[in-house]
Design a protein around this ligand. Structure first.
Ligand SMILES: O=P(O)(O)O[C@H]1O[C@H](CO)[C@@H](O)[C@H]1O
Ligand SMILES: O=c1cc[nH]c(=O)[nH]1
Length: 237
């Protein structure tokens, strides 16, 4: 038990899906898992364990931003012994080839966050996904005919940047960054530190180039591809 999690030692499976939004965790548990059991509700940051296709899997919300995710992930790894962590998030689009509702598999996560930046001086650390999880996700997305892109994500500490639209992202869009979210770099850095496996899959919900977006309600239902892909990778891991 921790200040943020009252689950018992064996309440989580080895593999967990990590949405930012607690209501997305509830939606995943209630719509995709069999016999889901609520294992954590401290601060309403909901966590569940159930089965998917007969195998045990958990889902735990992490809140918004890298400090929040880092708390939950640190504890899931070090207190609860989790080995496979798959973030299921939403991202903004920074590249014209990524369309609203497309999946972005974060092969790597660039960041402006002090959680990574500066910690490795004089080096720049490159937070990357686990290769095996990424390869499995790519193969499964192709088999299922899902629209996906694998590449470099931005994990920003800011949702609202000083300049509007693409301008807030400097040179990043011209260097192949596919999308912006707020957690993957911290997840990958912690996974590297504690030698566990991590992947981030996001659904692109708002394009910073065209202004195309899906509304809050549609965000939930259009996340089905991402959730089934992440669950299939989690149970095969
Ligand atoms: O939809 P989630 O998983 O919360 O992810 C994205 O949405 C939040 C911002 O609206 C940030 O947490 C960002 O990373
Ligand atoms: O962090 C995020 C998530 C979704 N959309 C954005 O523009 N930013």
């Amino acid at each position: 038990m921790t200040p943020h999690n009252h689950a018992k030692p064996d309440d989580y499976s080895d593999a967990v899906l990590l949405p930012g939004d607690p209501l997305r965790a509830k939606w995943i548990a209630e719509n995709f898992l069999e016999s889901p059991k609520l294992v954590n509700s401290v601060r309403n940051c909901l966590g569940y364990t159930g089965t998917y296709k007969g195998k045990s899997v958990s889902v735990q919300a992490t809140g918004m931003g890298q400090p929040s995710l880092a708390i939950y992930v640190h504890e899931l790894i070090n207190t609860y012994g989790l080995k496979t962590l798959i973030r299921v998030g939403t991202c903004g689009g920074l590249n014209a080839k990524v369309k609203v509702r497309d999946l972005v598999l974060a092969q790597a996560a660039s960041t402006d966050s002090s959680i990574v930046k500066g910690r490795f001086d004089p080096f720049n650390f490159a937070p990357i996904a686990d290769f095996g999880l990424l390869r499995d996700a790519v193969e499964k997305a192709e088999q299922a005919g899902m629209r996906y892109h694998a590449g470099n994500m931005l994990s920003s500490d800011l949702f609202y940047h000083r300049e509007p639209g693409l301008e807030g992202y400097g040179l990043l869009p011209s260097h192949g960054i596919l999308g912006v979210e707020m957690e993957a770099a911290a997840l990958y850095t912690l996974a590297a530190r504690f030698a566990v496996r991590a992947l981030t899959i996001c659904t692109m919900t708002d394009c910073l180039i065209t202004g195309d977006e899906i509304d809050a309600d549609a965000r939930q239902t259009s996340l089905r591809d991402m959730v089934t892909l992440a669950l299939d990778v989690a149970i095969d891991s």
